[in-house]
Ligand binder design. Structure first.
Ligand code: TYD
Ligand code: MG
Length: 486
């Protein structure tokens, strides 16, 4: 038997050393070298199946490819390129909320829009453990298969029968075009992909995949970089859309510091609390669409259920006025979501008062507290203040300023706002209320969900859109807004 060679690999940069050192000479990290050995089975792997060989087998380009050029590449004027690559029709996953996040494009010159996965693209799906990454991808895979798109679902963390059990729960155990593979070796996965010839390849998760010719543990930077770039290359070469699941570390970063994010075309992240019902899917990076859109899901007993456009994230509960709670119609991309913002104030200590927020920008909260002190005469310096967006949705829309401000004022003054009232507007440092964008969409959505009154910035020509029955309460500054509290 061949002697195993021992190597030392840096955990943070992936540099390989022949002996152990206290500090990595490449990246300067202390105590980061780990012992590893070359896999004795490396030679027996079907290395030929790796992507290099893919190119000859499935040359995707037609006569358009410049055959005369010896190097295989040639610069072309931009208008010649456009027609070929912009016309790719996306594969709809059948899950509207996911398609929305993946983005849409126009195909075929006419106004025919298609949304979904771009063939040949690499998508990374990140999120905390247990948030529903595997569930969503299995649902998407099953739904694609139902539409006649062949999918290979590679599970590197669970056994094939475990995945089947989940499929049974989701009601998609009998899809003919859905192939399952439980493996962690990249070469074997690529070989299977070549046999099955799927149009979408799902890898759940990339952290467990390894190449046996790379002397590092699965999940280490070196393995991640090599395996992910190999898979991205495969996507580009073969036209298979590759969807990778990536784990997120405790501080919310995708494991493998930003490395994977650079490699792929689209990064989708799962947000929301694991123990909350709602899940938000957001594109963090998207080479094929906007990053403004979000997809809303609800975790149920049989998988993730889409939350359609005309539903609020927070069930606007009951008709009783509640102290410290104000609703705001928030825009995220092209959709409007009614979001409940809550605040609580409690006795604190002057100079050490706590200001905590969840789902909301804490700088914004600090600013609004200062505005309340200066322009509304509230004394908050010795109050602990907590604010949150109900349901765990992260909000960045400045139009929720007014709602947050009113929630804090309401909590502090122990006065509730009428429950059929919502608030829209940005608050300036001078205590003025500024109008928000896309006001019509917000009013429409608020009215649809049963709101009767909307507090908003005073402005010329602020009227409710035709057919929308809401009373508009126009306010100029913070003082006038606070008068709306009962
Ligand atoms: P999972 O998709 O495995 O999470 P991830 O791959 O992101 O780690 O599962 C997420 C959680 O969802 C799991 O704890 C159980 C729950 N769940 C349901 O509530 N209903 C279901 O139908 C499924 C499949 C899972
Ligand atoms: Mg999983």
């Amino acid at each position: 038997m061949a002697k195993l060679k021992t190597l030392f690999v840096c955990r943070s940069c992936g540099a390989v050393q022949n002996r152990w050192l206290g500090k990595c000479p490449d990246c300067g990290t202390w105590d980061s070298l780990e012992e590893s050995t070359q896999d004795p089975n490396a030679e027996r792997d079907p290395q030929a199946a790796l992507v290099g060989a893919w190119a000859e087998l499935t040359e995707p380009k037609g006569p358009d490819e410049d055959a005369g050029s010896s190097s295989g590449t040639k610069a072309r004027p931009i208008h010649e390129i456009g027609d070929d690559e912009a016309n790719i029709e996306r594969m709809s996953t059948g899950i509207h909320e996911l398609d929305r996040v993946l983005g849409k494009s126009r195909a075929g010159g006419e106004a025919m829009e298609s949304a979904g996965v771009v063939p040949g693209s690499a998508v990374l799906v990140g999120g905390e453990p247990g948030i529903g990454k595997s569930t969503l991808l299995l649902q998407a895979a099953a739904s694609l298969a139902r539409r006649g798109t062949r999918v290979l679902y590679v599970t590197s963390e669970e056994s094939a029968s475990q995945v089947r059990q989940r499929a049974v729960r989701l009601g998609s155990q009998s899809e003919k075009e859905l192939f399952l593979l439980s493996d962690t070796n990249l070469a074997r996965i690529v070989e299977q992909a070549r046999k099955v010839m799927p149009r979408v390849l799902v890898i759940d998760s990339i952290q467990m995949i390894y190449r046996s010719d790379v002397p590092a543990a699965p999940g280490s930077i070196t393995q991640l970089r090599r395996c992910a770039s190999e898979l991205v290359y495969l996507a580009k070469k073969s036209g298979i859309a590759v969807m990778l699941v990536g784990h997120v570390t405790k501080d919310g970063q995708l494991a493998g510091p930003r490395l994977l994010e650079h490699l792929v075309d689209t990064v989708i992240s799962f947000e929301g609390e694991r123990y909350h019902q709602h899940r938000v899917v957001r594109a963090v990076k998207n080479r094929f669409g906007t990053t403004l859109e979000i997809g809303l899901f609800e975790m149920t007993g049989d998988g993730l259920r889409e939350i359609p456009d005309s539903a609020g994230v927070s069930p606007v509960s009951g008709t009783e006025p509640r102290i410290g709670s104000v609703v705001c119609p928030v825009m995220t991309g092209s959709r409007c979501v009614l979001l409940e913002i809550q605040a609580l104030t409690a006795t604190g200590f002057l100079g050490a008062a706590k200001r905590k927020s969840s789902g909301l920008d804490s700088n914004r909260l600090a600013m609004l507290i200062a505005v309340l002190e200066q322009h509304a005469g509230l004394r908050l310096a010795d109050r602990d203040i907590f604010a949150s967006s109900v349901g765990g949705l992260k909000v960045t829309d400045p139009a929720c300023d007014l709602a947050l401000l009113l929630a804090v004022a309401s909590a502090q003054m122990r006065k509730a706002i009428d429950p059929a009232t919502c608030a829209i507007g940005e608050v300036g440092l001078g205590g003025e209320i500024r109008p928000a964008s896309q006001i019509d969409a917000r009013l429409l959505e608020a009215a649809r969900l049963g709101f009767k009154r909307v507090v908003l910035a005073r402005g010329k020509g602020v009227v409710a859109p035709k057919g929308v029955k809401v009373e508009l309460v126009q306010v100029k500054n913070v003082d006038q807004a606070i008068e709306q509290l009962g």
